[in-house]
Design a protein around this ligand. Structure first.
Ligand code: SF4
Ligand code: FES
Length: 368
């Protein structure tokens, strides 16, 4: 394989742990969750953060699982700040308190993204599988603002909570979020297992689109609204990860370096570990990172399509999950020969809403 030196990645997604007090059935983590005994140690994470800066990375997203489950989070935040990385904490918030937030802010944390499962406690606690979680998040949102940290409120939406989208937007405004992210479930990991239960109808989606448009007009200049639409009702795919091996590097709790969070589902890849390789060597030389970079790998119709450097052929993991071929055009694209599988999945979901399967370490068990 010929290597063309790629532009440096902009961001590092540091999945510090798969441990999490919540059990959301839409989680994009793999079904085989990594156990704490396999997690990278503090010194290795610090080396990874330093190497990221040398490579040209600008920001680190501390994610998981629940990154606050790591006892060394404060240490890692401080290290990120000391090497000049902009840091974002992606958290469920339920284990945070005023003291821990003060310490994180003092250590140099730049931003918090707080997830909500709904606009109200009954639905939020049910989907999160954590009683009292919604009330805790409301309290923590105030503490985040009191600590002087900018806040993004993240709402993952699906069939069971889309009716309350206007309430979610209002809640984001009420808690002082500078950014509200409304993200339709993306069907990877546990989300793919629960696709039939979570998939919204086209009518629900169209209503949501109108409500997001209205909120964007009303909140313009005050709150930014990010909107992640569901691929299954789309005519064109998303530029997954901003293109494979282009913008983002993902590190799993045990240290595997991936071009995206679901890349381990693809057969025939042996992604390298940061325990043995530097980030720069992985980014510039690994054959897995190079495999779908750019446009040369693309089949038709992508190869001659004028959107090929806009969406980069969509998502490789979705292409594999739905067609069995990771190099196929993403079926979310209306031009894909496999596009009909998306409509079939929507129809199947409408006809047979299965019970939710909650995320947990060990076997996946339906909850009725
Ligand atoms: Fe994107 Fe390929 Fe579809 Fe063109 S044909 S819009 S590049 S997925
Ligand atoms: Fe792997 Fe989209 S999640 S390329």
């Amino acid at each position: 394989m010929t290597f063309v030196t790629p532009e440096p990645p902009m961001a590092l997604l540091a999945e510090l742990t798969h441990r999490c007090p919540l059990a959301c059935p839409y989680c994009a983590n793999p079904l085989e969750l990594e156990r704490s005994s396999t997690e990278l140690d503090t010194a290795t994470w610090k080396r990874v953060l330093s190497e990221a800066v040398s490579l040209g990375v600008l920001q680190v997203h501390f994610s998981g699982g629940e990154p606050c489950a790591r006892r060394d989070l404060l240490d890692l935040v401080a290290h990120a700040a000391s090497v000049g990385l902009y840091s974002n904490l992606i958290t469920s918030g339920v284990t945070l308190d005023a003291a821990s937030l003060e310490r994180l802010a003092s250590a140099g944390l730049d931003h918090v993204q707080l997830s909500f499962q709904d606009s109200e406690a009954e639905g939020g606690d049910r989907i999160g599988g954590y009683r009292g979680g919604h009330a805790r998040k409301l309290a923590v949102s105030a503490l985040i603002r009191a600590a002087g940290l900018p806040l993004t409120a993240n709402f993952v939406v699906h069939r069971h909570n889309l009716a309350r989208l206007p309430d979610m937007l209002a809640l984001g405004e009420q808690i002082g979020a500078s950014r509200i992210e409304i993200a339709h479930v993306q069907y990877y990991g546990w989300g793919l297992v629960n696709r039939a239960s979570l998939m919204p109808s086209l009518a629900q989606l169209e209503t949501a689109n109108v409500e997001v448009d209205r909120a964007r007009r009303e909140l313009a200049g005050r709150i930014t609204i990010d909107y992640v639409v569901p691929d299954y009702h789309a005519a064109r795919p998303k530029a997954c990860m901003g293109g494979w091996g282009r913008r983002i590097m993902n590190i799993t709790p045990s240290g595997k370096a991936l071009p995206c969070h679901a890349a381990e589902t693809l057969p025939g890849f042996d992604f390298p570990s940061v325990r043995e390789h530097s980030l720069a060597a992985i980014w510039r030389e690994d054959t897995g990172f190079a495999r779908f970079r750019g446009t040369a790998w693309m089949p038709e119709p992508c190869q001659s399509c004028d959107r090929r450097e806009i969406d980069w052929g969509g998502c490789r993991c979705q292409a594999f999950a739905l067609t069995g071929d990771a190099a196929a055009t993403d079926p979310a694209c209306v031009l894909s020969p496999d596009h009909a599988v998306m409509a079939a999945a929507v129809a199947a979901a409408a006809a047979d809403p299965a019970p939710l399967v909650y995320r947990r370490i060990g076997a996946a068990v339906p909850v009725t």
